[in-house]
Write a protein that binds this ligand. Structure first.
Ligand SMILES: Nc1ncnc2c1ncn2[C@@H]1O[C@H](COP(=O)(O)OP(=O)(O)OP(=O)(O)O)[C@@H](O)[C@H]1O
Ligand SMILES: Nc1nc2c(c(=O)[nH]1)N=C(CO)CN2
Ligand SMILES: [Mg+2]
Length: 250
């Protein structure tokens, strides 16, 4: 999404959650400084295929993976939103890219990185400590922010890890984006909340998922990218729902 338009969404999100722009900016500056020290990658360093699968951490993720793990996924770039990484690794799949604000199961995210996954690390006002602690433990990192971009910290638009996967894929030139485990709604899994069982979202998470869905629906309505949905959960307006097995036709 173009930056000036994203900034209008961002303003509404700040107001809705009471987040402070200054906190987001400070965290982004800290990430930028760390990346200056440890090194980082740029969008030009990331080659994606025309077809991408974005994995969110919703309840349909595991059933989706049960089908996908027996299919040939070579034609797709696989992008995992944070905690979804754990579910992929359980099924023997290493994502090509992990988009994370560093609150998934960090051991698994580090393992995926060691096995080749590129890291898209998001700095925001509520994850400064995780940025400081975990970024130096990672390699092949690209930084992102939801606020003002910096030399090594990009803003492609998007808010939650899952919808930011979508905006990243679009910025990198994806033509087809398949949504998996992007249920939205009111149920979260232990992949999203590593210390909890699957169950109802708290009010903040529910609100985050509403914004995530709105942003994905904006992308569907305002870009030429072809979206397909194999997730269960809520219908995403304008997106055809498929069975995972039918993906081989795309
Ligand atoms: N029902 C769902 N439960 C959890 N995640 C979902 C769901 N549906 C879609 N998703 C997407 O999967 C992503 C999983 O990442 P993760 O749970 O780490 O979220 P997050 O963006 O860091 O949010 P939070 O700040 O609540 O941890 C979410 O960002 C969201 O976009
Ligand atoms: N300031 C702030 N920004 C965010 C937050 C958060 O908790 N605080 N959570 C996000 C992932 O859903 C994305 N951005
Ligand atoms: Mg997260």
């Amino acid at each position: 999404m173009e930056l000036t338009l994203w900034m209008q969404w961002y303003q509404l999100i700040l107001e809705d959650f009471g987040f402070k722009k200054d906190d987001d900016e400070l965290s982004a500056e800290i990430l930028n400084n760390i990346l200056d020290d440890v090194g980082s990658i740029t969008p030009q360093d990331i080659d994606i295929k025309d077809k991408v699968i974005v994995f969110g951490a919703g309840p349909s993720l595991k059933p989706n993976l049960a089908d996908l793990k027996n299919m040939d996924l070579d034609g797709f770039t696989l992008i995992a939103a944070d905690g979804a990484t754990t579910a992929l690794l359980e099924d023997g799949i290493v994502p090509d890219i992990v988009v994370t604000d560093l609150d998934g199961r960090m051991n698994d995210i580090i393992t995926a990185n060691q096995q080749g996954a590129l890291m898209v690390v998001h700095a925001h006002g509520n994850n400064r400590e995780q940025v400081e602690k975990y970024t130096p433990q990672l390699v092949n990192i690209m930084g992102t922010t939801q606020s003002k971009p910096l030399a090594s910290v990009y803003n492609f638009g998007g808010f939650t890890d899952g919808d930011r996967c979508v905006f990243l894929a679009m910025a990198l030139g994806a033509q087809v984006i398949v949504l998996s485990g992007m249920d939205f709604g009111k149920t979260v899994t232990h992949y999203s909340r590593p210390d909890q069982e699957d169950g109802p979202a708290d009010s903040v998470k529910e609100k985050k998922l509403k914004w995530a869905k709105k942003l994905v629906e904006w992308a569907v309505a305002n870009t030429q990218v072809q979206f397909l949905n194999i997730s269960g959960g809520e219908e995403v307006q304008g997106v055809k729902t498929l069975n995972p097995a039918d993906l081989s036709r795309w």
